[in-house]
Ligand binder design. Structure first.
Ligand code: PGA
Length: 249
């Protein structure tokens, strides 16, 4: 099944108001690549101004709370992201799982809350270096998907991102064969959970994607795009990845 490529940036805890200017060139590249979906998860402080500055660009959050509102100091909810003009959120990023002790059950609750609040979801999974060295990568990814995928998930609102923890921000990436193996496992796990609907769910690769390696990564079977951290912070580094996705079709 043909799935449109998605190139999503994750600015993490980076990006002041001056960085909003990067969105102008990113939006221009998105317009020049009509076959590719382009999204940027900015820090919560920038969602409103980013969405107002580039209304055609898919702006989103990096996390949401599992509740819609209430006494949760410092957190933001899906309805608040939506109200600010955001259209999607990342959930389950390994930095959230590690820094905030988020379990797959927590991630599942957040994905459900995001969908309930009208946001699309990029749900992240991925093994640590120790788990890969122990030969457990496929089992870990399969288990994380099984435990964090909401009932009724479908590709209209949910995208999966495979992000090996050891590849994030390190400049190291798995081989194309290793990426292909995990994506095939992820697709098979999805099929077991949601049947034929699995064909409609995009599976992104994330972890040290750059303009230099994007074409090779997009050529891997079952890779439907990328979740990009460091190389999404400037248009100069992010646009070549969008262009590589456009060439990959
Ligand atoms: P990176 O981050 O591209 O800087 O490795 C990817 C991510 O954490 O989403």
């Amino acid at each position: 099944m043909a799935r449109r490529k998605l190139v999503a940036g994750n600015w993490k805890m980076n990006g002041d108001r001056a960085a909003l200017a990067e969105l102008d060139a990113i939006a221009a590249a998105a317009r020049a690549a009509p076959g590719v979906d382009v999204a940027v998860a900015v820090p919560a402080t920038l969602i409103l101004s980013a969405a107002e500055r580039q209304p055609e660009l898919d702006i989103g959050a990096q996390d949401v709370h599992a509740a819609d509102k209430g006494a949760h100091t410092g957190d933001i909810s899906a309805p608040l992201v939506r109200d600010a003009g955001g259209h999607f959120t990342i959930v389950g990023h390994s930095e959230r799982r590690a820094d905030h002790g988020e379990t797959s059950a927590d991630v599942r609750a957040k994905a459900i809350a995001a969908h309930r609040g009208g946001l699309r979801v990029i749900l992240c999974v991925g093994e640590t270096g120790e788990e890969r060295d122990a030969g457990e990568a496929e089992a870990v990814v399969s288990r994380q998907i099984t435990e964090s995928l909401p009932d009724g998930a479908d590709g209209g609102w949910l995208t999966l991102a495979y992000e090996p923890v050891w590849a994030i921000g390190t400049g190291r990436t798995p081989t194309p064969d290793d990426i292909a193996a995990i994506h095939a496992t992820a697709r098979a796990t999805l099929r077991g959970l949601i049947g034929d609907g699995a064909d409609g769910v995009r599976i992104l690769y994330g972890g040290s994607v750059t303009g230099d390696n994007a074409a090779a990564i997009f050529a891997v079977p079952d890779v439907d795009g990328a979740l990009v951290g460091g190389a999404s912070l400037t248009a100069a580094k992010f646009v070549p990845i969008i262009e590589a996705a456009a060439r990959a079709g």
